[in-house]
Ligand binder design. Structure first.
Ligand code: DHB
Length: 509
């Protein structure tokens, strides 16, 4: 049977909900002698582990398909795998939270942090690391009736046995796209609406979630997808959740100094990995005169970029900056911090200690963004992303099979202290940046977005999520963007609200 025929047979299994039980479909899916690579991409619906997933005193029976290889030519089979969880009810013709086997949206949370390699997520609550003691996001999704597919992905430090780097850009986004294609390819046997895939991630994972949502079906990635034996088909998705996306890397250094220039003391976090847990150690200091000069040189690059985007408020006001970095775009960034403060006042919190806020009659009248930034403080040294000595995690992301680290901005190439570090090709830098695909003719953008960036998250400039959210709004997409108050660099801290939003967008369309 050709792969197309076998796929048609599989799809015919969808005629009634009960056939989703797998056994009823399995005869149509036996591999034949003329097996093709694509046939090896079929999920065996009988290979699951029954699990009882508990969150906050509630429990749900699920079928767990663990470690499912989502491509036919793996580069690293430890990472290019996905955990798929399906509520058992969907195999019994029953409903969970109003969804059934045909309507259940598919939650697609990646686990990427620091652009490092990531294993797929599990439904069990973490016992160590930043998520320890918190409710499992995947477990919560299952209780809310979502099918969950959590992809692993290659990351910047991976090497094969011969010492070749195997997870440099664009590996992680290629893997996420391959996982999406695998889900659609298996729509015939997997419960869930594969037209309602909702991606989520935090930080580098938030950036990848946004990139997945922005770059749907872009031909830029096709040759990479073919190389790893991804299923043919579409990789666009329905909606995106992104917490503190570390995106727009080629503009992030200027955006950072636009916000933090003049804040010369820093409390930096050194990030290292210990047994796949990110360990963050605080180091404090003051910028050297040379670093202040770098900051002074980067800041003026930002207004021209912002102005080139021609961003507008929903009321149509153009968002721009003058040569000093002041203007309507800066005021626009401040409105999000201001709205966050207003939320605190409305909840009865006392914000009197913050001299950068002007409050009258329970309303925030104004916010001094420069003073607020001094309160939040600087964390990163300039350039924050494309380090002059090419030592940053992002330099490491843009390495090659044989070169560990490369530059990716004009500025850092020109001022490099890492003789011969090389530079990532513009096409590659583009392929890691959601901004480059928003509104592009060659990509299908997700049309529903939820973006969160804490007010005191200093891992990237507040301007970065504001630009992302505003560019999406300007395309007419539904964008729910907010800056949670006094929230640092983290994700999944508001699961109830996240799932209210996910359920609402899934049901509304
Ligand atoms: C992450 C944090 C960073 O500060 C960064 O530059 C890249 C990634 C992260 O937490 O994933």
């Amino acid at each position: 049977m050709s792969s197309q025929l076998s796929r048609r047979a599989a799809l015919s299994c969808l005629a009634g909900t009960a056939v989703l039980m797998g056994t009823a479909c399995s005869t149509a899916r036996q591999p034949s002698a003329a097996n093709t690579a694509a046939d090896s991409l079929h999920l065996d619906p009988t290979r699951f582990e029954p699990q009882a997933v508990s969150v906050g005193g509630q429990s749900i029976a699920v079928r767990a398909y663990l470690g499912v290889l989502y491509i036919s030519k793996p580069v690293d089979a430890a990472y290019q795998v996905m955990n798929i969880y399906v509520p058992e009810a969907y195999f019994q013709g029953a409903k969970v939270a109003g969804f059934d086997a045909r309507t259940a949206p598919v939650f697609f949370p990646n686990q990427v942090g620091g652009y490092m390699p990531a294993k797929p997520g599990t439904a069990q609550a973490a016992t160590q690391g930043p998520g320890a003691g918190k409710p499992s996001t995947i477990g919560t999704a299952l209780l809310k009736g979502f099918v969950v597919a959590s992809p692993g992905a290659r990351g910047r430090t991976l090497k094969d046995a011969g010492g070749t780097y195997t997870g440099k850009a664009p590996a992680a986004i290629v893997d996420l796209k391959a996982a999406v294609r695998y889900l659609r390819w298996n729509a015939g046997v997997l419960p869930g609406d594969m037209e309602k895939i909702i991606s989520s991630g935090t930080s580098a994972g938030g950036a990848l979630s946004a990139l997945l949502g922005a770059s749907g079906n872009s031909p830029d990635y096709e040759s990479y997808l073919q190389t790893i034996g991804a299923a043919p088909g579409r990789d666009d998705i329905f909606a995106v959740s992104a917490y503190c996306p570390i995106t727009n890397l080629e503009r992030a250094d200027a955006a950072h100094e636009w916000l933090f220039n003049g804040v010369n003391d820093y409390r930096a976090i050194q990030v290292s990995m210990l047994d796949f847990n990110m360990v963050r150690k605080e180091v404090a200091g003051t910028l050297t005169p040379a670093q202040m000069q770098v900051s002074n040189a980067l800041k003026p690059l930002f207004p021209a970029y912002v102005n080139s985007l021609q961003l507008r408020t929903p009321q149509g006001q153009v968002l721009a900056l003058d040569a000093h970095g002041n203007g309507s775009f800066k005021d626009w960034v401040a409105t999000y911090v201001q709205a966050s403060a207003q939320g605190q006042l409305d909840a009865g919190k006392d914000l009197n200690q913050h001299s950068w806020l002007t409050v009258q009659g329970g309303k925030v009248r104004s916010l001094d963004l420069d003073a607020f930034v001094r309160y939040a403080g600087r964390m990163k040294l300039p350039p924050a992303f494309d380090a002059l000595d090419a030592s940053s995690g992002e330099n490491n992301l843009f390495g090659t099979a044989s070169t560990d680290n490369r530059h990716f901005t004009d500025f850092s190439v020109q001022h490099s202290t890492a003789g011969g570090a090389g530079r990532a090709e513009d096409k590659l830098v583009k392929m890691m940046n959601a901004m480059r695909y928003i509104g592009s003719q060659d990509a299908r953008n997700a049309k529903r977005w939820r973006i969160r960036h804490g007010t005191i998250d200093r891992d990237t400039s507040l301007a970065i999520p504001v630009i992302l959210a505003t560019a999406l709004q300007n395309q007419g997409y539904a964008v729910d963007f907010a800056m949670p108050w006094d929230q640092g660099h983290a994700g999944d801290y508001d699961l109830e609200q996240l799932f209210v939003w996910m359920t609402q967008v899934a049901k509304a369309n």
